[in-house]
Design a protein around this ligand. Structure first.
Ligand code: HEM
Length: 84
């Protein structure tokens, strides 16, 4: 996945457009719209798209063999909204 972005020279304008389209698609396909889920997905997309911009400005795939996979969670947001 990282390799697909190497050399694409993405910038912040492209990143913001990509983010907006991803979130529109999330609505279109009916992904859950509760606050926790949306906070987590936006957090992930903010993280991933910024990494993609960095990788896209590299000339070679920066991932070394055996590198650990990043870990994601549900983020920090919580309360007063509580899912039923
Ligand atoms: C700054 C935001 C991003 C932009 C503008 C962007 C743009 C692109 C472009 C233009 C390609 C096609 C590359 C090619 O085939 O030569 C691509 C491929 C891909 N991107 Fe991104 N990307 C972004 C972020 C992400 C993120 C965050 C992910 C994962 C969570 C991701 C996952 C993928 C995958 C899996 C492919 C390969 C798809 C395939 O060939 O089937 N991208 N991206």
């Amino acid at each position: 996945m990282v390799a697909h972005h190497v050399g694409k020279m993405l910038d912040d304008n492209k990143r913001k457009r990509w983010l907006a389209l991803l979130l529109e698609s999330a609505d279109e396909i009916g992904l859950p719209d509760d606050p926790e889920f949306r906070a987590a997905i936006v957090g992930y997309l903010e993280w991933g798209s910024r990494v993609a911009v960095i990788n896209s400005n590299a000339k070679e795939n920066p991932v070394v063999e055996g590198a650990p996979m990043p870990k994601w969670g549900w983020g920090e947001p919580g309360g007063p909204y509580m899912p039923g």
